[in-house]
Write a protein that binds this ligand. Structure first.
Ligand code: HEC
Length: 117
């Protein structure tokens, strides 16, 4: 095998890996079908399309809004739940931090409630 066909092979393999990786990430969670319905029910009241009602300058009804830079962090960091403030806020133990705020909590459990595990 000469050098140039080796290079071609290498390019082929990396393209293949990239495609698989991309597919896995996209396949894991679909913003529109998996995430949006939850936000819609529980979060849009304060983080939805209505500018006047919007709290914390955070909009979760668009993927651009959910991934917006909030000053060095973002509510949703695609593919990286540990970096996603939103995940931390949903699980937060402090009633001042937990989302949605305790007074209006419904299906995600009441404030201070421990995860089943
Ligand atoms: C009753 C209104 C209300 C609802 C419903 C609500 N939030 Fe909030 N949210 C706020 C307010 C007010 C703030 C800004 C104050 C603060 O950071 O606690 C905020 C801030 C946040 C922040 C931090 C934004 C930043 O700039 O750091 C995140 C993330 C968040 N909310 C996620 C959610 C998610 C996810 C839901 C639904 C599960 C939700 N919120 C539902 C009122 C609400």
């Amino acid at each position: 095998m000469n050098a140039s066909s080796q290079v071609l092979r290498l390019i082929g393999v990396s393209l293949c890996l990239c495609a698989t990786f991309f597919h896995l990430r996209v396949g894991a969670v679909e913003f529109g079908s998996d995430v949006l319905p939850i936000f819609s029910e529980k979060c849009f009241q304060c983080h939805g399309p209505d500018e006047k009602e919007r709290k914390g300058d955070l909009r979760l009804d668009t993927s651009a809004g959910a991934t917006k830079d909030l000053g060095g962090y973002a509510a949703v960091v695609p593919g990286n739940p540990n970096q996603s403030t939103l995940i931390q806020r949903i699980h937060h133990s402090d009633p001042d931090e937990i989302m949605p705020p305790p007074g209006i909590r419904t299906f995600l459990g009441s404030a201070g409630e421990k995860d089943p595990q």
